[in-house]
Design a protein around this ligand. Structure first.
Ligand SMILES: C[S@@+](CC[C@H](N)C(=O)[O-])C[C@H]1O[C@@H](n2cnc3c(N)ncnc32)[C@H](O)[C@@H]1O
Length: 236
């Protein structure tokens, strides 16, 4: 039986480039790997994990879904299980923002124009991951807010363009989630974290001013800046 994806992973699946190989890194239970494999839309589907336990679970999921022969499972750290140009999309879902960028930093070949689309669902610090991506030359093809199990997630698809962008704090906090249904709910969820974030910020600093404006409901600096850099339009 094909597993059911939660709203996060279902949104991630929609962002995978059709017709190209795909890797689900940190596949754990293997549900996304199985759904991608069973869809028949991709010439190769790879599920990978750092640890053998999750990979054994993924193998069972593929077996139950009847698509064990349509996916390859690989054991290893991050993108070390892949070769350059092997896949068109890489999914990194459910790991922290820091783990996400550390995995990318260890694979210099992702920093290539025309390289893979990276689809991410950070488990923590959405703002920090957006900042890292912009500051390292990635542009967003999508930044979609999704609610699952009572929490808000951001499902991000980014591509390396080489255009380095210095974002404001508000841009890091919300990205372009406001363009999607659910944007308001996501923004409220993110704003609820501000009082706690403000605690560690020195009074009078530019960041303190920006957080205080957001808390006061004033328009952010982002409103007067040019549009955010975009990646390739989404394949429909
Ligand atoms: C919380 S699970 C997420 C599972 C699934 N992707 C999801 O979003 O539902 C995180 C998985 O990432 C794996 N992981 C953590 N660091 C990794 C790394 N550097 N390389 C590959 N897998 C990693 C863990 O072993 C774990 O199975």
């Amino acid at each position: 039986m094909l597993p059911t994806l939660d709203a996060r992973l279902a949104a991630a699946a929609e962002l995978v480039r059709p017709g190209e190989p795909v890797a689900d890194i940190g596949c754990d239970h293997g549900k996304l790997t199985a759904v991608l494999a069973a869809s028949g839309k991709y010439p190769k589907v790879i599920g990978a994990d750092l640890r053998p336990g999750p990979l054994a679970k993924a193998e069972q999921t593929l077996e139950h879904a009847g698509c064990k022969d349509r996916a390859e499972l690989r054991l290893g750290d991050g993108l070390s299980v892949l070769t350059e140009n092997e896949v068109g999309s890489i999914v990194l879902a459910g790991v922290s923002a820091q783990t996400t960028w550390e995995i990318l930093e260890k694979a210099p070949w992702v920093f290539t124009v025309g390289g893979p689309r990276i689809i991410m669902i950070p488990a923590t610090r959405h703002d920090a991951l957006r900042r890292w991506l912009w500051e390292h030359g990635f542009s967003f093809a999508a930044d979609r807010p999704v609610q699952a199990a009572g929490r808000w997630y951001a499902v991000m698809a980014a591509e390396y363009t080489g255009r380095v962008y210095a974002p404001t704090f508000a841009e890091c906090l919300f990205g372009s989630t406001g363009e999607w249904p659910g944007g308001k709910g996501y923004a409220d969820w993110q704003k609820a974290k501000l009082p706690r974030m403000r605690l560690g910020v020195p009074d009078g600093s530019a960041l303190a001013q920006e957080i205080d404006s957001l808390l006061a409901g004033l328009p952010s600096q982002a409103a007067s800046r040019p549009a955010l850099p975009k990646g390739e339009p989404l394949a429909k």
